[in-house]
Design a binder for this molecule. Structure first.
Ligand code: HEC
Ligand code: HEC
Length: 280
């Protein structure tokens, strides 16, 4: 009897083990299918809602600014602006700002540039307390690295540190009530019509020039006032483009190919006073 009970017991045990092993696997598979299925549903139904929504969900704003504050505070360090508010820094900062920031943050820093209000969250009013309270190092870090979940681009690849500090100086000047506007001539319809990617070198060059927003800083035919005026496309001009200048982004060959560069040169050589050697 012991034998008869122990015998089935052994098989019974192993069968029970086998059965519970099976159901454990089935349970796990079910769980995985459930979780994955739910995720798929969330992605399919939830994401379009999340991407489309243009108002703050409860606590979203608070969470966003806490997350930004923390990330920036831990990354930024505590350097102070080596340029301060001196005149040359403000001028370099203004030159860079007009071409690279004003379209979002507005010519006077109010956040009302042409793209600024279309973004979510909208571009910051740089005159506000929020910006004033940030340290030099925090502003520097934000301009260099951007805020990738907001529309704020990072400029590390295009602007050297010197220019970024100049932008910090200039950003501070808004809070102090200075106005940023610089009178850069805007292109006429005729000038814009020159831009034709399928035309000859001059027309292709004009297309690159306007697409890269060179005119935002230099005017449509290099006719911006003062130091921003351009006189032509000599070798030094090409070097300035590849390397950048203080207040001017660097354009590497994936942004402006060598072929586009020679088209640009052809266009710049049509500027009033074009063909002259660069440098002054
Ligand atoms: C494509 C639009 C866009 C451009 C171009 C842009 N920004 Fe921004 N910027 C934003 C947005 C959007 C934010 C974040 C708004 C938010 O988080 O609420 C932002 C945030 C900032 C902040 C943080 C302000 C704060 O108090 O938190 C600074 C400083 C700043 N930008 C400076 C600049 C400078 C300088 C440039 C030019 C080199 C520039 N931005 C170009 C859209 C832009
Ligand atoms: C954000 C503003 C900005 C943009 C955009 C910009 N530049 Fe500049 N550029 C500058 C500044 C500032 C300088 C330096 C001016 C100075 O102090 O001599 C400069 C210098 C130059 C120079 C050298 C001029 C000289 O006298 O040494 C050339 C050539 C030039 N830019 C062409 C271009 C072209 C072409 C584009 C578009 C692909 C462009 N820039 C885009 C601001 C800009």
């Amino acid at each position: 009897m012991n034998n008869r009970t122990s015998q089935p017991n052994v098989t019974g045990q192993s069968q029970a083990q086998k059965r519970s092993g099976l159901s454990w696997q089935a349970w796990l598979a079910g769980l995985i299918i459930g979780v994955v299925g739910t995720l798929v549903l969330v992605v399919l139904i939830g994401m379009p809602l999340a991407i489309g929504h243009r108002t703050d969900l409860p606590l979203e704003k608070l969470y966003g600014s806490l997350a930004v504050g923390l990330a920036v505070k831990t990354q930024a360090g505590n350097a102070t602006n080596p340029l301060g508010q001196n005149g040359r820094a403000l001028e370099a900062g203004r030159n860079a700002y007009i071409g690279m920031c004003a379209e979002c943050h507005g010519a006077n820093g109010d956040g009302k540039g042409i793209f600024g209000q279309q973004l979510y969250p909208p571009a910051t009013d740089l005159r506000a307390e929020d910006t004033k309270e940030k340290s030099d190092a925090e502003l520097f870090w934000i301009i260099k690295n951007g805020l990738s979940f907001a529309g704020m681009p990072g400029f590390a690849k295009q602007l050297d540190d010197q220019t970024i500090w100049a932008l910090v100086s200039y950003t501070r000047s808004f809070g102090q009530g200075q106005s940023g506007a610089q009178a850069i001539p805007t292109p006429t319809a005729g000038q814009l019509a020159l831009a034709d990617p399928a035309g000859d070198a001059v027309h292709r060059g004009a297309a690159v020039y306007f697409a890269q927003a060179c005119h935002e800083c230099h005017g449509p035919v290099g006719n911006a006032p003062g130091e921003l005026g351009l006189r032509g496309g000599g070798r030094e001009a090409q070097e300035a483009l590849r390397r950048g200048r203080q207040g001017m982004p660097a354009y590497n060959s994936s942004m402006i190919t060598n072929a586009q560069m020679s088209d640009l040169v052809a266009y710049m050589n049509t500027f009033p006073g074009g063909g002259q050697r660069f440098g002054r």
